[in-house]
Design a protein around this ligand. Structure first.
Ligand SMILES: Nc1ncnc2c1ncn2[C@@H]1O[C@H](COP(=O)(O)OP(=O)(O)OP(=O)(O)O)[C@@H](O)[C@H]1O
Length: 400
């Protein structure tokens, strides 16, 4: 069926005053950016609400795009008809009959902001409801717990009828929480961590450690693909690719193998912090959760974390693998994450990594390396890729 409008519902309930208008303006801007590929579609803020005017376009792809804009709590499809009883009634029947599955019970909730309209809200409920009942089979009125509440708003020249309600992705509009730097590997977890950071309003940049030629160009391409998928939710993402080969070679030469992962992670954090500072990102984000692998025991985290006082967000810390995989499938990163390209950590993985490394021992081992110079060089030689949403994707991929 043809809809004319989409009503966007949003709201972190606690938001008030200036925070609220910042939230709304940011959301409005993000929706506009997201819907840019859809020529003719207009996004407007009126009556304290956000509307998308479809301008004759199919609603389906626009809806799909909106389910990727954080800050949207719900999406309602609407029809706009002249404020005249017969048109309103006809639109009501169409809206109800177009729902899949068809509701078995319904009620009409009419409101008129325009008192010059010749029927009161109560009268309208009956006039519209009765008409829908007469023209639809297997439908009853239930005023207490209806499956469908058909909202009708008479606003001057036009009347709006709201049919299907869909859930939005929730969260905060991207950009409302400042910038964060994601440590992005080619695995399942870190893209999900990035998605969750975006969901809380963070602007995302990402850093990836690459060990060419030990890891292939295709391993790097895989990470570029993952970051590009995240642009669906976050808009533009800058990906910093760090050449990690020299550092790993040094570690292999000088550090006892059971400590190599610990030392390698400490280098990653030092470099990521530096890149974050250089790019005004205020926190690091990783895909770590608790206790999965040797480097993710609390003892390891302590020793690894000791190199930085920068905030490190770990959005997955309380999740198990199954929950993480469910999100990764939902957001479309899973299929790419499981492609079998080697990661720099796995290439250099020792047979028996320490699960409880000692800080003093770690520092003694690192003393054999010129840590500052290695970090400096890696930061300077970092390659930056500027990734933007691929407009073609809009038509091809469904987040549901
Ligand atoms: N090559 C890399 N480049 C950037 N960050 C990395 C890299 N390898 C690991 N990380 C970061 O360290 C975190 C922990 O990595 P680790 O390999 O221990 O765990 P994981 O559970 O396999 O994570 P993932 O599934 O994200 O690879 C990752 O989630 C990621 O944030």
């Amino acid at each position: 069926m043809k809809y004319d409008l989409i009503l966007i519902r949003y709201g972190e309930l606690a938001l008030k005053g200036k925070n609220r208008s910042d939230f709304e303006n940011r959301l409005l801007e993000n929706i506009r950016q997201k819907l840019k590929p859809f020529a003719g579609v207009k996004v407007k803020k009126t009556f304290g609400r956000i509307f998308v005017e479809l301008g004759g376009r199919e609603s389906e792809p626009v809806l799909r795009a909106l389910t990727e804009v954080f800050g949207i709590v719900g999406i309602s499809l609407a029809k706009q008809v002249p404020s005249e009883l017969e048109s309103i009634r006809q639109a009501a029947v169409e809206l109800v009959q177009d729902l899949d599955p068809r509701p078995r019970t319904f009620k009409v909730a009419a409101k008129r902001s325009d008192k010059s309209f010749p029927h009161t809200s109560q009268e309208l409920n009956h006039l519209i409801g009765g008409h829908v009942l007469r023209n639809t089979e297997d439908l009853r009125v239930d005023v207490h717990r209806p499956e469908l509440t058909l909202k009708v708003e008479v606003r001057g020249k036009y009347t709006y009828l709201y049919g299907a309600n869909l859930p939005g992705p929730g969260g905060l509009p991207v950009g409302s929480s400042g910038k964060v730097m994601l440590l992005l590997s080619g695995g399942i977890d870190s893209p999900v961590a990035g998605y969750l950071a975006l969901k809380r309003g963070g602007v995302l940049e990402a850093v990836h450690f690459h060990s060419y030629p030990y890891t292939s160009e295709r391993a790097k391409e895989k990470v570029v693909d993952l970051a590009r998928i995240l642009t669906r939710f976050g808009g533009r993402i800058r990906l910093h690719v760090v050449q990690f080969t020299e550092i790993q070679t040094e570690i292999r030469k000088h550090v006892q193998s059971s400590y190599s992962i610990t030392v390698m992670r400490r280098f990653m954090l030092r470099i990521a912090e530096q890149i974050a500072r250089n790019n005004q990102a205020l926190a690091l984000v990783t895909g770590e959760s608790l206790g999965q692998v040797a480097s993710q025991t609390l003892e390891s985290m302590n020793v690894i974390n000791a190199v930085t006082s920068y905030p490190i967000l770990r959005p997955l810390v309380g999740m198990d693998k199954q929950e993480i995989m469910t999100i990764s499938k939902k957001i479309g990163t899973y299929e790419t994450s499981i492609l079998p390209y080697e990661d720099c950590c796995t290439v250099f993985l020792p047979k028996a990594p320490k699960t409880r490394p000692d800080l003093k021992v770690t520092e003694e081992m690192e003393a054999k390396l010129d840590v500052d110079a290695l970090v400096q060089k890696a930061v300077e030689e970092t390659e930056v890729l500027d990734l933007r949403p691929d407009e073609k994707q809009e038509e091809e991929f469904s987040y549901f």
